[in-house]
Ligand binder design. Structure first.
Ligand SMILES: O=C[C@H](O)COP(=O)(O)O
Length: 274
């Protein structure tokens, strides 16, 4: 398929992919703060008449908050999705400190993040480990949100898309056509930096990543798979990313910890001209 045909195909299918705005809280908020945050977010979005069918919203609290979030979501019948920030490659047994995908599923998690750069680099997780985590999530009925991204050092030696594309190929090794997963392209140099990639940079890598999915799992899977951008996303830069044909949402870190700021990101269509 030529580049032009691929871009045209991407533009046509983007409308069928529901945008996902995801907040990764990282190691912030205890369970009481989590309850207060989710309640306030739900009220803010309700007041703003947010349509969750139009734009999906998910939060990724620390493990210790998940039961509280589940209780609140169920009691108040919230349409908010949630998930874990990491998962074990194992399902049960003598793995001190690990949390299995089945445990997350039992808490009605929808998603789980795998391969975040803070795990890849600070916890030295290999592509093989991340592939095993993505498989464990899938096998338990969770949708893995697979993070990929290049460091500033990678950029000295490679094209921007080279490392993320390789990471994605590695993570998808056990996936079949039709499987559900989400990809988050997070250039490591933009995470927590205060300065994001440009929309053009995000689109260029996202389109390569969609091609990786196309080559590995076929056109149908490539067309339905959502690709998020992450790295210093805020209310004042999200619109540029959401206009990219291959970007279907964002994974927000720091700016997801402020209810008003995160709600403004969720409501990006209100401050955009489409
Ligand atoms: O998971 C989220 C990313 O690491 C982005 O974090 P950030 O929005 O604070 O740059």
């Amino acid at each position: 398929m030529s580049d032009a045909t691929q871009t045209q195909a991407a533009e046509q299918t983007q409308t069928t992919r529901k945008p996902l705005i995801a907040g990764n809280w990282k190691m912030n908020f205890d369970h009481l703060q989590a309850i207060a945050f989710v309640q306030k977010l739900a009220w803010t979005l309700k007041d703003a008449q947010h349509d969750y069918n139009d734009v999906e919203v998910a939060v990724f609290p620390p493990f210790t908050d998940l039961r509280s979030v589940q209780t609140l979501v169920q009691a108040d019948k919230l349409e908010l999705k949630y998930g874990g920030q990491d998962v074990s490659t194992h399902m049960s047994g003598a793995y001190t400190g690990e949390i299995s995908a089945n445990f997350l599923k039992q808490l009605d998690c929808d998603y789980v993040i795998v391969g975040h750069s803070e795990r890849r680099y600070r916890h030295v997780e290999s592509d093989e480990t991340i592939a095993a985590k993505a498989k464990a999530a899938k096998d338990a009925g969770l949708v893995p949100l697979i993070c990929v991204g290049e460091t500033a050092k990678d950029l000295e030696r490679h094209e921007p898309s080279a490392v993320p594309a390789n990471q994605l190929r590695g993570a998808l090794i056990d996936f079949k056509p039709g499987d559900d997963f989400v990809i988050a392209y997070e250039p490591v140099w933009a995470i927590g930096a205060g300065s994001a990639a440009t929309a053009e940079q995000a689109q260029n890598v996202a389109s390569v990543l969609r091609n990786v999915v196309r080559q590995a799992l076929g056109e149908e899977t490539a067309a339905k798979t959502r690709i998020l951008y992450g790295g210093s996303v805020k209310a004042d830069n999200i619109v540029g990313f959401m206009k990219c044909p291959d970007v279907d949402g964002v994974l927000v870190g720091g700016a997801s910890l402020d209810v008003e700021g995160f709600a403004a990101i969720v409501r990006y269509k209100k401050h955009a001209t489409y």
